[in-house]
Design a protein around this ligand. Structure first.
Ligand code: SF4
Length: 152
């Protein structure tokens, strides 16, 4: 059996830069950095993009404070719950959820520093479910031309 039962969770735009605020796109499509995980044989679960769901592809750049409303937090929770159901099924069946990869300084998907709204809700839910997971972030200066070996 080829399946190695290792999984990572990644912010949507790592695989699809079409979802980011227009002037902030840093690659034509997917970030090449993700190839290293493909080469390792890791399964990739792509999180949804809450900002795209909320305001679409022509939204303006906004701060965490501007996004941080009860309505947006509820959207974030509701977007994550189906993913949580899948994660629980994987874990119950012996799969390993290794890492979650966010986007540093995103108002929604940052993990360190000022945590983004979506990651805030995700980590609260994972903690409540007693699911522990390592984390990584795409740095602010990463682009599709960056040296992938210098990232982590
Ligand atoms: S950082 Fe999060 S909210 Fe922003 S574009 Fe990427 S997936 Fe969407």
């Amino acid at each position: 059996m080829k399946r190695n039962k290792k999984l990572i969770l990644i912010s949507h735009c790592i695989l699809n830069q079409n979802s980011v605020v227009k002037p902030l796109a840093r690659a034509k499509g997917a970030f090449p950095i993700i190839k290293s995980f493909i080469d390792e044989g890791v399964g990739i679960i792509q999180l949804p993009c809450p900002e795209f769901k909320f305001l679409g592809p022509n939204r303006k750049p906004m701060s965490k404070e501007e996004y941080d409303t009860p309505q947006y937090r509820e959207l974030c929770r509701n977007l994550f719950l189906p993913i949580l159901e899948d994660i629980k099924k994987y874990i119950e069946n012996g799969y390993e959820l290794q890492t979650i990869i966010g986007i540093n300084q995103s108002p929604t998907c940052s993990i360190t520093g000022k945590r983004g709204v979506f990651m805030d809700e995700i980590f609260k839910i994972l903690e409540k479910e007693n699911i522990h997971i390592d984390s990584l972030e795409i740095p602010t200066d990463y682009t599709e031309d960056s040296d992938p070996t210098s990232l982590w």
